[in-house]
Design a protein around this ligand. Sequence first.
Ligand SMILES: Nc1nc2c(c(=O)[nH]1)N[C@H]1C(S)=C(S)[C@@H](COP(=O)(O)O)O[C@H]1N2
Ligand SMILES: [Mo]
Length: 331
Amino acid sequence: MPLIQIPQPWQLPERSITPESAFVNRRRFLKSLVGASIGASALALGGCRQPLSDDDIDADLRKTLGQPLRSQANLDFVEAEPPITPQVYASTYNNFYEFGSTKGIWPQAQKLPTDDWKVEVSGLVKNPRTYDLDDLRQQFPLEERVYRFRCVEAWAMVIPWIGFPMRLILEAAAPTPAAKFVRFTSFYDSQLTSGPAWPPSAYMPWPYTESLTVPEMANDLAFFAVGVYGRTLPKQHGAPIRMVVPWKYGFKGAKSVVKIEFVKEQPATFWHTLSPNEYGLVSNVNPEISHPRWSQKTERILGQGTNPFDWEKQETLLYNGYGEYVAELYA
Ligand SMILES: Nc1nc2c(c(=O)[nH]1)N[C@H]1C(S)=C(S)[C@@H](COP(=O)(O)O)O[C@H]1N2
Ligand SMILES: [Mo]
């Protein structure tokens, strides 16, 4: 499938043209990043943005595209506001509790076994099906989407995901009228993804699960990512396929999804089960609803200062700025 970039009204605004030197640097930057080996040389590059070209796509992802990128389709570049977070920050500052409770779990996450991955789509649907990764990537055309991302912990970033709208899986599955919610389950194996030592993993309701309503999943913004920054998704980001729901707090986007089930009742979910006051079932980004332990009025943008912890502060927007596209879901 060609990787296509379809301009949509919710895309982040186009800005001035990035100089050629930045483009060359970006390519070098992308090439310097192979899986987990992340070069510190990339630090200089914050925020410049160019259309994806064939050179920017790694061999693994390209294999599944089947044909070269359609370059004309990618000529419009998007410089995001705020700028795209440098990959070196986004891929070394992660939440993935299956591998520990600190942000630096990316080396541990390399244990995730992603070969022969299968995603089961089941429950209240006319067409249950188990997809392997090639099925998914070939059946659903891949596109790039630059989205703001807001963690409930009040940090934020801007990420260029590659994947396809969740709606395409929903349409293929054809949920029955009884289906009201969707439960998403992450990979779990008590040996490989044993969870953090502290807080104690034994008390956590594994596997990690999340939920959306059927209309939320059908919204055009709800996305499954299989790639990021022009490459196959690194394991620490939730390879090989993870949810991206940009108007909700980050925890609503389960990583390394193995099962998508259409159900009648609101399912129990991981964080909500652990701490219902802190992690709501809906959890739309909302500056007016404080977390019990901190305000949600502002957020810190990852990687905008000279080091990852010298972060710019900005105001948090209702629905993370995507209200125009999603507010009607909650009217
Ligand atoms: N399976 C699983 N999915 C998960 C998490 C997790 O611990 N396990 N953490 C969530 C949280 S709190 C956030 S902020 C995002 C982080 O995604 P990133 O590390 O790719 O930025 O993943 C979400 N999805
Ligand atoms: Mo988060």
